[in-house]
Design a binder for this molecule. Structure first.
Ligand SMILES: CCCCCCCCCCCCC/C=C/C(=O)SCCNC(=O)CCNC(=O)[C@H](O)C(C)(C)COP(=O)(O)OP(=O)(O)OC[C@H]1O[C@@H](n2cnc3c(N)ncnc32)[C@H](O)[C@@H]1OP(=O)(O)O
Length: 317
């Protein structure tokens, strides 16, 4: 498809409002998720009910999990083709994984990465904001808040091995980790919400301030800046950039280093750095969700989303 998102976002955010297109997009229904876990390798499966053919539900594996209990860490790989967009089902499964990680005595840390080439995560699934019912929207936004609270507020060590594009919500996931290593290449990372015509939620903003500082965030958010790996390194949005073939190896080296720090002291230190930021959202979860629902139900936003979706679906030249 054409890439309106990275190459023509400015144009898109302006054109979308007045489009009057006929196509409607329906959300698929969640039926249920199954988690299977083995000792050294596990997959998280989701069964999606395809509304177009109820006799043939598709099985999708949204995550691959490699556990190295002897070393005290695991690798969690996103596998939601094509772009690891964050929808309700994916976030719900991720939250289950994060709960299990938090409760595990054997796991000190997690390397978060993607099983898909060239993409870490495309951020929030646009379909979760288009023509949604209030109930679904509330569940979606609540699940997203939950993911961030669990990830940013975790006691465990999280290292993001960013193997491709990571805009918007993808950048939020990466920033919620303790250390970020990004693959060199034609990839972008950043909070580009203003280019979509929206304001990044306050907790996205606060996470970025905590990561790259106030002044850089002020510029990055207003400009909707998507950084190349080199630019991201220069502002500390990522901590290292490496060649793709050594990404996981470098992440593992960092993990060993972080795991060697006395656990309780590290956990208390992390908590002292992040507690206030997390508490702020916890105190405002309901009003934050209300804002999301109110915003996404506006006609102007729905028209923009419709145009954005249509533009994303245009055939590749
Ligand atoms: C005008 C928008 C208004 C939005 C109003 C929202 C109101 C709510 C406000 C509250 C929310 C605030 C916080 C928001 C956070 C977010 O995360 S918003 C999402 C932002 N993300 C994007 O815009 C990313 C868009 N995608 C891309 O830039 C590219 O896909 C990519 C990540 C760079 C990868 O490129 P490439 O490998 O070339 O793949 P593509 O061919 O572009 O895409 C493949 C298929 O994937 C579909 N897709 C891509 N991104 C998304 C997505 N975010 N959600 C759903 N689907 C997505 C794309 O349409 C392709 O589909 P097919 O054509 O059917 O194959």
């Amino acid at each position: 498809m054409a890439r309106p998102n990275l190459k023509s976002l400015l144009r898109l955010s302006q054109f979308a409002v007045n489009l009057n297109l006929n196509k409607t997009t329906q959300l698929t229904n969640l039926s249920k998720s199954l988690i299977t876990q083995n000792r050294n390798f596990s997959t998280s499966k989701i069964i999606r009910q395809d509304t177009s053919n109820n006799n043939a539900p598709a099985t999708k594996i949204n995550f691959y999990v490699e556990e190295y209990k002897d070393k005290g860490y695991m690798v969690l790989k996103f596998n939601k083709a094509p772009v690891n967009s964050l929808n309700l089902e994916f976030l719900t499964e991720l939250n289950i994984q994060l709960d299990k990680i938090e409760q595990s005595k054997d796991i000190k840390g997690v390397i978060l990465t993607s099983h898909l080439p060239n993409i870490f995560s495309a951020g929030l699934d646009i379909l979760e904001m288009y023509q949604i019912k209030q109930e679904r929207g509330t569940q979606f936004w609540t699940a997203l808040q939950e993911t961030w609270i669990k990830l940013y507020g975790s006691n465990k060590i999280f290292i993001a091995a960013i193997n491709g594009h990571s805009p918007a919500g993808g950048c939020l996931l990466a920033m919620s980790c303790d250390y970020r290593i990004m693959t060199k290449g034609p990839y972008k990372i950043g909070l580009n919400e203003t280019l979509l015509g929206i304001k990044a939620p306050f907790w996205f903003r606060d996470t970025m301030i905590n990561t790259i500082g106030y002044r850089e965030t002020e510029k990055a958010l207003q400009l909707g800046k998507l950084y190349s790996p080199e630019e991201a390194l220069a502002v500390n949005l990522v901590d290292e950039i490496v060649d793709a073939n050594v990404l996981i190896q470098k992440a593992e080296e960092q993990m060993v280093k972080w795991c060697s720090i006395p656990t309780v002291a590290r956990e208390l230190t992390k908590s002292s750095m992040r507690r206030d930021t997390v508490s702020k959202l916890i105190a405002q979860r309901e009003s934050d969700t209300q804002s999301f629902i109110e915003f996404t139900q506006r006609d102007s936003i729905q028209k923009s989303l419709k145009g954005y979706l249509e533009a994303m679906k245009k055939p590749k030249k």
